[in-house]
Design a protein around this ligand. Structure first.
Ligand code: NAP
Length: 284
């Protein structure tokens, strides 16, 4: 697996906030140096300064939109030019979109596929051969509990995360005998900007959620055990098990509860206002 944390380099995508920023904090505390990438430079610079002060971490910042098909290659060229070898890749950048078919923003869906699937696949395939040649290294691909079932009103996102899970598990079994671990991380509801970005402002407020710190702690423990995937939290784990034994029609119909947009009738308003309602714990 990893040669060591200390003095080796990790590349973290989507490091500006949420789970990615927490990976940066926990890996810096273990002595790793970091390549941080996302679109918001200021947040990356603040994080780099924080980690340098706390741990003396060397951070390289690469500002890129990873939904641009040219970006993964540009990112790795930049890293190579800086003379850095990546020991741990954390493919974390991703987003979701919630809504009804009639309101689907198709361009946004395609952007999601390019980021959640395209960039993750390209970075994995461009870095994995080097790790295998060296006989050590690891990749964490951030999937979701939504990977275990179809999710209505979030179809593209859930399907993209199913891809990430299957892709990572297949590579796990190929790479493990060569000393390299590829692990899928499948978080449930986690307290980050994810829901605001997905168009469900305020959705988190009434729900049970893990902190990014709990999610990343579980992920790193599982990586050390060379697991093929990990689901933080026993409730999330049970949910992922349950959907495998219940028939698929029931599972997908039940999924309509999670993110069904409600139409509240407001007097004198031409367009009804919309809220996302949910009645149960949610995979996403
Ligand atoms: N929060 C949850 O409940 C939850 C549950 C399961 C799985 N996940 C997964 O966890 C991962 C991290 O999400 P999060 O919850 O931490 O949400 P978040 O706080 O919104 O973080 C998303 C990260 O991805 C980056 N990103 C978004 N679009 C990008 C693009 N086009 N190019 C480069 N970077 C981009 C964002 O940075 P910039 O905006 O600065 O580019 C940000 O750093 C995602 O893959 C998500 O699907 C989250």
């Amino acid at each position: 697996m990893l040669k060591a944390y200390a003095d080796n380099w990790a590349l973290i995508s989507g490091a500006s906030t949420g789970i990615g920023a927490e990976f940066a904090r926990k890996l810096a505390a273990r002595g790793m140096h970091l390549v941080l990438t996302a679109r918001r430079r200021e947040l990356l610079e603040q994080l780099a300064a924080e980690l340098h002060t706390a741990h003396g971490t060397k951070c390289e910042i690469v500002v890129l939109d990873l939904a641009d098909p040219e970006s993964p290659r540009q990112l790795l060229e930049t890293i190579e030019q800086r003379g850095i070898t990546i020991e741990l890749l954390v493919n974390n950048a991703g987003f979701g979109q919630i809504g009804e078919i009639a309101d689907a923003d198709v361009d946004r869906m395609m952007e999601m596929i390019r980021l959640n699937i395209g960039a993750l696949t390209e970075l994995t395939y461009r870095l994995l051969p080097g790790m295998i040649e060296r006989g050590h290294g690891a990749i964490i691909n951030v999937s979701s509990v939504a990977a275990f079932q179809p999710v209505a009103y979030m179809a593209t996102y859930a399907a993209s995360k199913a891809y990430v899970l299957h892709f990572s598990e297949a590579l796990w079994v190929e790479a493990r005998e060569k000393g390299v671990t590829v692990m899928a991380l499948c978080p449930g509801t986690t307290r980050t900007d994810f829901f605001n970005v997905a168009g469900a402002n305020g959705w988190l407020a009434k729900r049970r959620a893990h902190s990014p710190s709990q999610v990343v702690r579980t992920a790193l423990k599982a990586l050390e055990k060379k697991r093929q995937y990990v689901i933080p939290g026993w409730r999330n784990y049970l949910l992922a098990l349950l959907v495998r034994i219940v028939n698929r029609r029931t599972v997908v119909r039940e999924s309509m509860k999670y993110f069904r947009p409600s139409r509240k009738k407001v007097k004198h308003e031409k367009e009804p206002s919309r809220d996302i309602v949910s009645t149960s714990d949610v995979p996403h």
